[in-house]
Design a protein around this ligand. Structure first.
Ligand code: NAD
Length: 275
């Protein structure tokens, strides 16, 4: 596996630009899967309380024998646990399931703007960071106004905003907002959850041109945009294939052709409406 670049976060810590996503990975399969991905060279794992696999992920990490300092582990606070006190409790549960002393990155999974609790939740995140149990704090699915509210009220800018991005939903405006605020974009569902997009003639053509697979071309497109990605797979062949994207690049012609595919098509919920 070619070596994975590391990006600097706005708090000085570093994050591998590429990792393994675990949404829908069953808890029972997670230990074996995590062990084999770590053996292949993966060092960054993205999970969440809502994925119900933190225990399996933690077991895989423990069994891998890899030094904790070499790993980057992200988990997320689920929506119904928002609020200052509840966040602290939910974090204790996540950390104990993961069997870790700290997580590298803790994210507010969704802003849930109608519930009006993300600011208090963010303040609890800052407490956890002060205590050293969370290295870096970030958010997911935040809109510009949500980002501005927490930054204005606390003076602390999230290190990342994890948002839905793939060729059918390129999020140019929100990625630019993130960039201007020195927030790195993490692209969730980077492959648009597999399926039809991988069969698109453009990705077939670019795959042939670069001697890569359509999935590798799409993942490389995210890397060219400077985003952090963690495609999900439970298939060892694909896990290996997805990581093998750091030995080629797309040219400006390729990038322009992919830019033309943007349809503003969401696969997930609209953050303004959800929860
Ligand atoms: P994805 O875009 O990574 O697609 C995963 C699917 O694509 C797999 O189930 C498989 O069917 C297919 N696939 C993977 N590699 C392939 C390959 N090489 N060739 C062909 N098909 C392949 O979708 P995702 O899992 O939704 O997103 C990635 C990660 O992002 C998640 O696992 C999770 O960690 C995170 N995520 C976060 C949020 C959020 O709200 N913050 C939401 C969704 C996902």
């Amino acid at each position: 596996m070619s070596s994975i670049p590391s990006l600097q976060l706005n708090d000085g810590h570093h994050i591998p630009q590429f990792g393994l996503g675990t949404w829908k990975t069953p808890n029972e399969e997670a230990p074996q899967l995590i062990r084999s991905a770590l053996e292949m060279g993966y060092r960054h794992i993205d999970t969440a309380a809502a994925y119900n696999n933190e225990e399996g992920v933690g077991q895989g990490i423990a069994e891998s024998g890899i030094d904790r300092s070499e790993l980057f582990v992200t988990t997320k606070l689920w929506n119904e646990r928002q609020g200052f006190d509840e966040t602290l409790k939910a974090f204790d549960e996540s950390l104990s399931k993961l069997k870790l002393d700290y997580v590298d990155l803790y994210l507010i999974h969704w802003p849930c703007p109608k519930a009006g609790k993300f600011l208090d939740t963010w303040k609890a995140f800052l407490r956890l960071r002060e205590e050293g149990r969370v290295r870096s704090v970030g958010v997911s699915n935040f809109r510009q106004e949500d980002l501005e509210q927490i930054i204005l009220e606390t003076g602390v800018t999230p290190v990342v905003n994890q948002i839905e991005v793939h060729p059918l939903l390129q999020q140019n405006d929100l990625r630019e907002v993130n960039r201007q605020k020195n927030i790195l974009t993490e692209a969730w569902s980077p492959l648009a959850q597999g399926g039809e997009l991988l069969k698109h003639p453009l990705f077939q053509e670019l795959a042939k041109k670069h001697g890569k697979t359509p999935a590798q071309v799409i993942l490389r497109w995210h890397v060219e945009l400077g985003s952090i990605i963690f495609p999900k797979s439970t298939n060892p062949e694909r896990i290996r294939e997805n990581a093998d994207i750091f030995d080629f690049s797309l040219d400006s012609d390729d990038m322009q052709k992919i830019a033309a595919l943007d349809e503003g098509k969401r696969l997930g919920p609209d953050p303004a409406e959800f929860c």
